[in-house]
Design a protein around this ligand. Structure first.
Ligand SMILES: O=c1ccn([C@@H]2O[C@H](COP(=O)(O)O)[C@@H](O)[C@H]2O)c(=O)[nH]1
Length: 235
């Protein structure tokens, strides 16, 4: 199982993204392209970063009826990204449709993972706003098991649930965990957080880190610190 730090490139333009990535010289970090960058630049930004040698997590969090998600995944399959995602709340049928859509790709398919509960959601919001009256851990586990039943490769969850997801769904079921903050960082809008070192100790496979790197005074040093903390610990 790979373990890696994925940088969330939440920028508004290709220019800002390339200026940021140029600071890394010959190093090609695994990057996440989210809605802001994809909606502003379109599929060309994926092709450009792929050509430069980055592995890419295309974080579009699809959530629609199965037919729409299947056809969208057929399109995404041709972008040659390494990881894509859907919302587990879209149902098992929708996740199976996503899998069918990606299967049009010959050869290696991207990892297909499902968002369980956003890391910006806490127990109070889960109950009072989403009207889900169960423990966060149980809800994440339920969605993870649905994702596994649908044939997905793993989930997006917070580091707080990663160990239990592995216990319930298997060590090879991938956990991709945003909500990563250095001990000294601001939480921003994230609620279920851990440091890179803590995330490593609970067995997260991939950590997704945005602002603690992109808004650091020295982003390369912040990235190196994430890698150091995350990879020095072993399960
Ligand atoms: O539950 C989720 C799912 C996705 N994200 C995304 O990860 C990054 C985190 O960025 P930070 O700046 O480190 O907070 C961001 O792109 C989110 O869209 C998430 O945070 N939580």
């Amino acid at each position: 199982m790979s373990k890696d730090v994925i940088i969330a490139c939440d920028f508004a333009s290709k220019k800002d993204t390339l200026t940021f990535l140029d600071r890394f010289g010959q190093v090609r970090p695994f990057v996440k392209i989210g809605m802001e960058l994809f909606y502003s630049e379109g599929p060309d930004i994926v092709r450009e970063l792929k050509q430069r040698g980055h592995q890419i997590f295309l974080d579009l969090k699809l959530h629609d009826i199965p037919n729409t998600v299947e056809k969208t995944c057929r399109v995404l399959a041709n972008l040659d990204v390494d990881m894509v995602n859907v919302h587990a709340a879209g149902t098992i049928a929708m996740m199976q449709a996503a899998r069918r859509g990606l299967s049009v790709k010959q050869g290696k398919q991207p990892l297909l993972i499902a968002v369980t509960q956003l890391t910006s959601t806490d127990q109070a919001a889960l109950e009072n706003e989403l009207d889900i009256h169960r423990d966060m851990q149980d809800v994440v586990m339920h969605y993870a098991q649905n994702a596994k039943a649908a044939g997905l490769d793993g989930v997006v969850c917070s580091p707080w649930e990663a160990d239990q997801v592995h216990q319930a769904c298997g060590a090879d079921f991938v956990t991709v965990t945003p909500g990563i903050r250095f001990a000294s960082s601001q939480k921003d809008d994230q609620k279920r957080i851990m440091t890179p070192g803590q995330a490593a100790r609970v067995g997260c496979d991939y950590i997704v880190v945005g602002r603690p790197i992109t808004q650091a005074q020295d982003p390369v040093a912040a990235y190196q610190e994430c890698v150091r903390e995350f990879t020095k610990e072993t399960r």
